[in-house]
Design a protein around this ligand. Structure first.
Ligand code: OFO
Length: 162
């Protein structure tokens, strides 16, 4: 059993993961609409991953005999000015998620909630990869600058994500 405060924090994170899924799906739609199928495919997979993260929280809350509360998911924005802006916002969002998971981990520690601490460890590790992935693409975009060929090459590379 987990505390009421922990139940609220985990449900809030479940909502944040669903919002992440929505946000990346919106980015996928934007990329598709401007003809970058590789970027769109990368974002669709990212969106699916976020849904899987949300389901990990969903399943854990039920496993510890607590209550899942599904709140309204905010609408993500629909348009961006550039590829660069999208990946700047992606990195910023992932950092926000990392902070949010760290806060829950601190709460778990303060409550001697070892089971939740253990559950959150997977997310703490995952966030290293999530931030690195966004940073890596952002670095490439900065390097490419306005080079059309470079963007097309990156589109092909991102389209290979499995
Ligand atoms: Fe993008 O990460 Fe979920 O947690």
């Amino acid at each position: 059993m987990i505390s009421k405060k922990m139940e609220e924090a985990l449900n809030k994170q479940l909502n944040a993961e669903l919002f992440s899924s929505y946000l990346y799906l919106s980015m996928a739609a934007h990329f598709e609409s401007i003809g970058f199928k590789g970027f769109a495919s990368w974002m669709k997979l990212q969106s699916q991953e976020e849904y899987e993260h949300a389901m990990k929280f969903f399943n854990y809350i039920l496993e510890v005999q607590s209550e899942v509360t599904l709140e309204k998911i905010d609408a993500p924005k629909k348009k961006w000015d550039s590829h660069l802006q999208i990946f700047e916002e992606t990195l910023e969002h992932e950092k926000f998620i990392t902070d949010s998971i760290k806060k829950i981990a601190l709460l778990a520690k303060g409550e001697d909630d070892f089971a939740t601490s253990n559950f959150l460890q997977w997310f703490i590790n995952e966030q290293i990869e999530e931030e690195n992935n966004a940073q890596d693409i952002l670095d490439k975009l900065k390097f490419i600058g306005d080079g059309k060929q470079g963007i097309l090459f990156l589109d092909r590379e991102l389209g290979n994500r499995k």
